[in-house]
Ligand binder design. Sequence first.
Ligand SMILES: Cc1cc2nc3c(=O)[nH]c(=O)nc-3n(C[C@H](O)[C@H](O)[C@H](O)COP(=O)(O)OP(=O)(O)OC[C@H]3O[C@@H](n4cnc5c(N)ncnc54)[C@H](O)[C@@H]3O)c2cc1C
Length: 465
Amino acid sequence: METTDRPQSHAGDGADEPAAPPMSEAWTALQGKGLDLDRLADALGGMDAKTLAAATKALERAGADVTGYRAPPPNGDYYDIEGLITEAQWKKMAEVREFMETEVEPVINEAWLGDRTPLDVLVPGFKKLDLLDVIYGEDLETREPNGSVMEGLITMEIARVDVSTATFFGVHSGLAMQSVLVCGSEEQKAEWLPKMRDWSVIGAFGLTEPHVGSAISGGVTTTARREGDAWVLNGEKKWIGNSTFADMVVIWARDEADNQVKGFIIRDPQDNPGYTVEKIRGKVALRAVENGQITLTDCEVPESDRLQKAESFKQVAEVLKLTRAGVAWQAVGCAMGAYEKSQRYATTRMQFGKPIASFQLIQEKLVHMLGNVTALQTMCLRLSQLQDAGQMSDAQASLAKVFTAARCRDVVALARDLHGGNGILLENHVARYFCDTEAIYSYEGTNEINSLIVGRAVTGLSAFV
Ligand SMILES: Cc1cc2nc3c(=O)[nH]c(=O)nc-3n(C[C@H](O)[C@H](O)[C@H](O)COP(=O)(O)OP(=O)(O)OC[C@H]3O[C@@H](n4cnc5c(N)ncnc54)[C@H](O)[C@@H]3O)c2cc1C
């Protein structure tokens, strides 16, 4: 289903662009506009080389294009993976792109510098876009037939402009909502999911601890003790995205009675006297995500807010598996954005009297970036198709996370380099992509831990300890 708005293919190599008219046609067209061409020819012919060069320079200074060079528009979807989605989904993607480019990009560098999530822009924006509509079925229990592909593409589109925003989206609609979906009772799902779907309640997900990161599957130290109809939680959580402002925080803690990890919803955490959170300062990546360090001191949670279907770490792993694909798509979007910014910069930045894109070494960098971007997109597309078919394994999700994060690092470093000194200025955006990629590389399982998951799957041998 195509509309006239939707590009058939946007290879962006200029191959489909109309050829320039022959000289005689152009001449006739100019005459048609009433220009006295004989006088113009006389004037040009009468100029010596020096006068001609000075006239060209004056035109250049006035912003005129004297080379006749028209750069193709940047296009980071070179194999047209967006061509695989339906018309309605494509329209949603176009709305996301417009929102990200016109409302988020103009404010994101200031928010990033200020260690602040621009909630005033993101919450109404996401609410209006109603993005979860194209991912989940009406009941929120099921997914649309290609909901995972759509979720991936939306994440890519968001991260193409800003990875912090993609993380805010992923923590809420991925980690927190999936915890309720996978582990909640029917009553819990009915209470939380509609409010989370329309962004009137924002969620966070607290698993990592100050002294236990990679080893968390067997090492949760936060404790939960049952006392009558309530639970009492004690411990600390570190790096918890959205936790400084969230309306509900999912906390994973070890039950003192049976030693199993269980999930607890802390509602209105700011009103719970046993819960305190401090914003983590001094990050050099994802600064527009607010990460908190949470302290739980005899924090009381009613039994009705214990996630009723979370019986062990197995359910946490299930949630993480679902969201790991989302982080791989963040890397895809970040690399895509960095490539597109670089193509635009290379075709407009002049050195030695030419756009730097005309130099062979610059073209090689652009091709290297685009090859990576395209490989990441096609890999993640297949991963999400497997997820939609209910066939995605842990190791397949981990392989995508490992590969995309590593290749994204490669792309953003080249983008930074291609922008020269301007590449370290936030205003050109690639410096932000460069820094943010470091967080992608380490969260949702570091490069090493995800490699070990794949390594175990392909060898049958565990090398974790
Ligand atoms: C920006 C950001 C946002 C985050 N958001 C959240 C969130 O919302 N909720 C949440 O719960 N957590 C969150 N995290 C935590 C994240 O998941 C952890 O940082 C991650 O799991 C790694 O743990 P760690 O930082 O403690 O590193 P460590 O586990 O201390 O690892 C340090 C290094 O040792 C390596 N290593 C560890 N074990 C092995 C091994 N067996 N073999 C080889 N190498 C090994 C690691 O790969 C790494 O290179 C976030 C982190 C960041 C940076």
